[in-house]
Design a protein around this ligand. Structure first.
Ligand SMILES: Cc1cc2nc3c(=O)[nH]c(=O)nc-3n(C[C@H](O)[C@H](O)[C@H](O)COP(=O)(O)OP(=O)(O)OC[C@H]3O[C@@H](n4cnc5c(N)ncnc54)[C@H](O)[C@@H]3O)c2cc1C
Length: 454
């Protein structure tokens, strides 16, 4: 049998370890390059692989009607290392999957170390991996070392990489009250009808605006961590509450400008302020609140944003935040198999591609490992359908999300193609989640068995 060249994997975190495991299960050798302990990050505490840097929770384990639980299920079906070790080292946590972080990381490290097809090399990859390595997966996470990040910037262009997440809250479109909100771009700008109606608008009268500003000012905020204190976000991307602190009228001159828009529900009344939401994905199932990045605590955000007319019943796919996170503008930079368009021998996986969270990152590593291993074996892995949790995340980062507003994303049902024939409204919500899950499970099982014969 001819010798199979190893896949190089940069980063031994959630995504890198899972990618390695998937490849070696298919008989393809890997070399994992992990910079710790030679080079540290501010968040990692150990030299273990797959270290959980903060919470020890993999979130909901409900695989009947929850998108994260469904992701767990898909990874279990695919013999995932990260989820398997999570199960083995789980701690009681109600409906969530919480893990004993040290035992988990020790076991992942020992399992990979003991595998005959795995080589672990400690040391920073301080630039783009060399072409001589052949197929390489870069899974260096939110704390990608500066030298590698610089090299990626050089090959992809200045605005291709973000170093901070300034996240505006994202709302499920079907939870917006369209008897109050309307579609219209400011001054009806745009060549096509689609462009002229690209935004959703929520109007406020003066009393509502004043109450909203009070709520923003009074809401509890999270403090910046020491290492975030000198963030360069401030001028480029002011949190909405900081804008309000600078002056009660400032948001009305900024993201809440009431000009160039006419409310078709009340055409004769001029709004005092208008909140705009912009489409977040090609499906049109998710909208972000433009300019509303925030450091308000999660509970407060829900209350404050639901006071906006039209958003009283808003369901949030993601709340706002600002924190350190290095990630690519993946919809622009990556091809459909997570390969860097500028250097197709390099694939990217994990949080650096703009998914968010331990499980999401591991799941992208799972897929990258399989894609790369199939390629090493001279086969082509079909991509999973968008109706599955892993397929939905892949689609989001490689083209489903809008490039201009691309923000890291947790898995959620808003990323899935909508279902037909399921009743709408609040009462249908539970049914829809169950239906999304059932469709995903059937499609994931079919994909897994097709992949075996590809
Ligand atoms: C402060 C902080 C708190 C977080 N809290 C949570 C949380 O509570 N829950 C949650 O789900 N997610 C959390 N996240 C996100 C979490 O880090 C990721 O979801 C997950 O760890 C990403 O997996 P990954 O494999 O992409 O990256 P990581 O797990 O970070 O792995 C990347 C690995 O690459 C290594 N590396 C980086 N650069 C190089 C290089 N040049 N050469 C070689 N090795 C390199 C790093 O040392 C690291 O081991 C947090 C992130 C941060 C920064």
């Amino acid at each position: 049998m001819s010798k199979i060249d190893p896949i190089h994997i940069v980063g031994g975190g959630m995504a890198g370890c899972e990618a390695a495991w998937q490849a070696v299960q298919l008989g393809v050798p890997v070399v994992i390059h992990e910079m710790r302990p030679t080079v540290e990050t501010f968040a990692h505490q150990t030299e273990g692989l797959a270290e959980l840097v903060c919470s020890n929770s993999f979130r909901s384990d409900d695989d009947t009607s929850n998108a994260v639980g469904l992701l767990h299920w898909e990874m279990r079906q695919a013999n995932g290392l990260i989820i398997g070790m999570g199960d083995k080292h789980s701690l009681p946590a109600g409906g969530a999957l919480a893990v004993d972080r040290d035992a988990f990381s020790d076991d992942v490290t020992a399992t990979l170390k003991a595998h005959p097809l795995v080589t672990i090399e400690r040391g920073e990859v301080a630039g783009l991996p060399p072409e001589e390595w052949g197929r390489t997966i870069v899974a260096t996470g939110p704390l990608t070392s500066p030298a590698l990040a610089e090299a990626v910037l050089k090959v992809t262009g200045e605005d291709s990489l973000a170093f901070f997440d300034a996240i505006a809250p994202i709302v499920h479109a079907d939870s917006i009250d369209m008897s109050k909100a309307w579609f219209q771009s400011r001054y009806d700008k745009g060549e096509t009808e689609e462009e002229r109606t690209a935004y959703l608008n929520c109007p406020m009268d003066e009393a509502q605006y004043e109450a909203f500003i009070d709520a923003l000012l009074e809401a509890p905020k999270t403090e910046f961590k020491e290492w975030e204190a000198d963030t360069p976000y401030f001028d480029a991307c002011l949190p909405i509450e900081v804008m309000a602190e600078r002056g009660r009228e400032t948001p009305r001159w900024g993201p809440m400008k009431p000009v160039g828009l006419t409310n078709p529900h009340q055409p004769d009344i001029k709004a005092h302020a208008i909140v705009q939401l912009r489409r977040e994905n090609a499906l049109g199932t998710l909208y972000n609140i433009v300019g509303f990045q925030t450091k308000m605590k999660y509970g407060a955000q829900t209350d404050v944003f639901r006071s906006i007319p039209g958003l009283e019943g808003a369901e949030f796919a993601r709340l706002g935040g600002i924190h350190r996170n290095t990630f690519l503008n993946s919809p622009r930079l990556l091809g459909p198999r997570m390969e860097l368009r500028a250097r197709p021998d390099l694939m990217f996986a994990g949080q650096v591609t703009g998914v968010e969270g331990y499980v999401e990152s591991a799941s992208m590593g799972l897929l990258a490992g399989r894609i790369a291993a199939y390629e090493a074996l001279g086969r082509e892995l079909p991509l999973p359908p968008q109706t599955t949790a892993i397929g939905a995340l892949l689609n989001h980062i490689t083209g489903g999300a809008e490039e201009e507003t691309f923000q890291p994303m947790n898995v959620n049902f808003g990323l899935f193609p909508p279902l037909e024939n399921v009743r709408g409204g609040r009462r249908g919500k539970k049914d829809r989640k169950i239906a999304y899950t059932e469709r995903a499970k059937a499609d994931w099982s079919a994909w897994l068995s097709d992949a075996m014969t590809a």
